[in-house]
Design a binder for this molecule. Structure first.
Ligand code: AMP
Length: 429
């Protein structure tokens, strides 16, 4: 019988990669918390209708990529393809926006999309993100972008570019839509099949088309369709970013086809991630989403970043946490020694050291060899006699120096060794 295989498009996180992964998540939590963003967790699955309405029935995600199922009670559910609708639902259902505005929240967790698996694109992947809910201001848009920017700075990732655009208000987009129709209708016969279908439904989405790139390049930009208020809003966002020392590239092709998006929209790109997968993340303002989900109108803004892609960038650039803390192997010899070793390990941990216990029925030389191979900095050996006397022998595994001491002095002596301090001369053993 062949062994069970991991499902297509999924990944395992194994111990060798875990420190980098934890460091990326921890750094984001720290940077976001430093800006006042509190952690929220929402379910991994929600009502399918929430994504149909919230993510948008005309999007690729909803049309082609959702993991949807019916539960035993006949409810239509979907594994979350993105975090925003669920987080907004949770915040508004709990009326948090009535206590303070804006509500600043962050999240991190797995998302599910049935996209064709390829490098950097999975069926299950992690996103981390944040949402600032309850205020419509250029200041908040700039703040959210700044958190994403500072996060990459804190990691030390270089080569990230901020692509920025505005979608204005709904009336601006209706004007823009008309301008796009004027441009594209005479070119109808030259459009790809998808674009022809989308033309009358949602012409903004034509700007995403990779096949019709040449026609996209000639399409009008949104600027002339914006009202003076929308133009001023966007100018203020840019001014705030300039003031924060955050460089950005204007990208008039950065559009989102859904009506609930408004004003600022942005993506973070990385030069080493190629093609359609060069975005590390993106976000923007989504003032109309609350209403689409059946809540009172509530402006909001936020972003989502792909964890796998950020981790890949860190790995490529040799970034990561400080080396793992040194640890001690505690090795019992014989039945009484093994029992005493367990107690010694407990005391070392209580004193703040990392102690791995080996209390199996095995020969000491085997235990020592294994501890050495696995990278222990020191080994503590507890035999029957030592157990009786309340002492232990410890060995510095890099220098080979060995020494006995009372168990209650062990943590103090080992702390020095773990920090790389020289072993004291002489000694009791
Ligand atoms: P989106 O919600 O589509 O704007 O995605 C935000 C970020 O999540 C992207 O820039 C990617 O870094 C990441 N992402 C989206 N879809 C996937 C996927 N299928 N596999 C891996 N990462 C993804």
């Amino acid at each position: 019988m062949p062994p069970i295989a991991r499902p297509r498009g999924t990944n395992d996180l194994l111990p060798a990669d875990a420190p980098l992964w934890e460091w990326v998540l921890g750094t984001h939590a720290e940077v976001a918390a430093g800006h006042g963003y509190d952690l929220v967790e929402t379910p991994l699955f929600e009502a399918t209708e929430m994504y149909e309405r919230g993510t948008g029935a005309g999007t690729d995600v909803v049309e082609k990529e959702m993991f949807s199922f019916t539960d035993r009670g006949g409810r239509a559910l979907t594994l979350r393809p993105e975090g925003t609708p669920g987080v907004l639902r949770a915040v508004l259902a709990a009326h948090l926006e009535q206590e303070r505005r804006p509500v600043r929240v962050r999240y991190a967790g797995p998302m599910f999309r049935y996209a064709r698996p390829q490098a950097g694109r999975y069926h299950e992947f992690w996103q981390l993100g944040l949402e600032a809910i309850g205020e419509r201001s250029p200041e908040l848009d700039a703040e959210v972008i700044e958190v994403a920017w500072r996060f990459h700075e804190r990691l030390g990732v270089t080569g990230v570019s901020l692509q920025l655009n505005t979608l204005g208000e709904l009336e601006d987009r209706l004007r823009y839509r008309a301008a796009l129709l004027d441009h594209y209708r005479p070119l109808r016969d030259r459009l790809c099949e998808d674009c022809r279908r989308r033309l009358e439904v949602n012409p903004l989405r034509l700007l995403d088309c990779k096949r019709d790139a040449a026609l996209v390049a000639e399409a009008p930009e949104i600027g002339p369709s914006l009202s003076p208020e929308s133009t001023a809003f966007f100018a203020r966002v840019r001014e705030l970013l300039d003031g924060a020392g955050i460089p950005h590239t204007l990208n008039p092709r950065l559009v989102r086809g859904l009506d609930y998006y408004a004003h600022t929209t942005f993506e973070l790109w990385h030069e080493s991630l190629r093609g359609a997968q060069n975005a590390v993340g993106g976000g923007g303002r989504y003032d109309g989403l609350a209403e689409v989900l059946g809540f009172p109108p509530t402006p909001a803004t936020g972003y989502a970043l792909g964890v796998e892609r950020t981790v890949a960038l860190c790995r490529e650039q040799g970034l990561g946490p400080n080396p793992a803390p040194a640890w001690v192997a505690v090795l019992g010899i014989g039945a009484a020694g093994n029992r005493a070793a367990a107690q010694v390990a407990r005391e070392l941990r209580r004193a703040g050291l990392r102690a791995l216990l080996d209390a199996a029925e095995r020969r000491l030389d085997r235990k020592l060899a294994a501890a050495s191979r696995q990278g222990a900095r020191a080994a503590v050996m507890v035999g029957e006699e030592e157990a009786a006397r309340g002492t232990a022998t410890w060995k510095d595994l890099s220098s080979g120096t060995q020494r006995a001491c009372a168990v209650d002095r062990l943590a103090g002596e080992l702390a020095g060794v773990l920090e790389g301090a020289p072993v004291p001369a002489g000694g009791e053993g």
